[in-house]
Design a protein around this ligand. Structure first.
Ligand code: NAD
Ligand code: ZN
Length: 253
């Protein structure tokens, strides 16, 4: 049984020799930025009903409940990228990571400098009025939330919906197929901060494995899929990822 130092070294070696690495992230990569996760011991689902606040039927019933929840998700502590986001962006800058596939809607990868980001569940960047069709940018919406005002369009309609995928909605087909392509063609597939329980996103590591890629996971706790991975590191993404990058720099010829 390896200790964490050896595992970080082995992960570093695999990544240093990669031709085309892909990083797949979930809520755990943003936890140290102060964005709460859904599952796990302090996860939001211990206090909120996902059907009520994060499904398309819940949104149609009561958009206000959705926005109260979103406020807690994204505003409680103004989230900034953490060392894990920066480490992943650095691996792209070094030419090793070719794509980041994320389930997150918080835009923190882009803010850390990642260029090729596939957002499987969309993002909060654009918010559309479902009545008149006006589009708002996140900055404007954020100001309304900060002022604690009612979320409604200039036309009076309360159905302002960000371009995120709610429960009951389809994933964007183009983003999903591009993510599957990336997973099939990579030689290293690294999961950072995901419980790997939401499908179809959680199938991606299997596409990579079936195509012969090496699999690495960095997650705070065990997942049901750990046995499929070549290297399993249980730890905090913001601590482990910068150490992996250090190892990569040392080992890369
Ligand atoms: P999840 O909440 O199901 O799982 C998160 C995983 O991260 C857990 O296994 C947990 O142990 C781990 N984790 C917690 N803190 C960590 C840390 N510091 N370092 C490493 N790992 C840590 O999240 P998921 O797998 O992304 O899937 C659920 C859904 O949640 C997705 O649909 C996603 O859209 C949504 N979500 C997004 C955000 C966001 O945009 N930041 C936040 C919450 C949920
Ligand atoms: Zn409107």
């Amino acid at each position: 049984m390896w200790g964490i130092d050896e595992k970080i070294e082995v992960a570093g070696e695999i990544i240093a020799n990669a031709r085309h690495a892909v990083v797949f992230t979930g809520a755990g990569v943003s936890a140290e930025s102060g964005v709460p996760t859904f599952r796990g011991k302090d996860g939001l689902w211990t206090r909120y009903d996902p059907e009520e606040v994060a499904s398309i039927t819940g949104f149609r019933r009561n958009p206000r409940a959705f926005w109260n929840f979103s406020k807690e998700l994204l505003l409680k502590k103004k989230a900034e990228p953490n060392p894990a986001h920066y480490a992943i962006a650095e691996l792209e800058e070094m030419g090793i990571v070719k794509a980041v596939i994320t389930q997150n809607v918080d835009m923190l990868h882009q803010r850390a400098g990642s260029k090729v980001v596939y957002e499987l569940h969309g993002s909060m960047e654009f918010v559309d009025c479902l009545d008149c069709g006006k589009t708002y940018r996140w900055d404007e919406i954020e100001k309304i939330l900060e002022r604690d005002e009612d979320m409604k369009c200039q036309c009076g309609c309360p159905y302002l919906k960000p371009r995120v995928v709610l429960f009951g909605e389809q994933l964007p087909a183009d983003v999903l197929s591009a993510s599957i392509e990336e997973s099939k063609k990579c030689d290293v597939f690294m999961v950072v901060g995901s419980s790997l329980v939401v499908y179809p996103a959680a199938n991606l590591p299997m596409y990579a494995k079936n195509s012969g890629a090496k699999l690495i996971i960095v997650n705070a706790e065990r997942t049901h899929a750990d046995d499929y991975f070549d290297v399993v590191i249980h730890g905090r993404a913001g601590e482990v990822m910068p150490r992996i990058v250090e190892a990569v720099k040392r080992l890369r010829r």
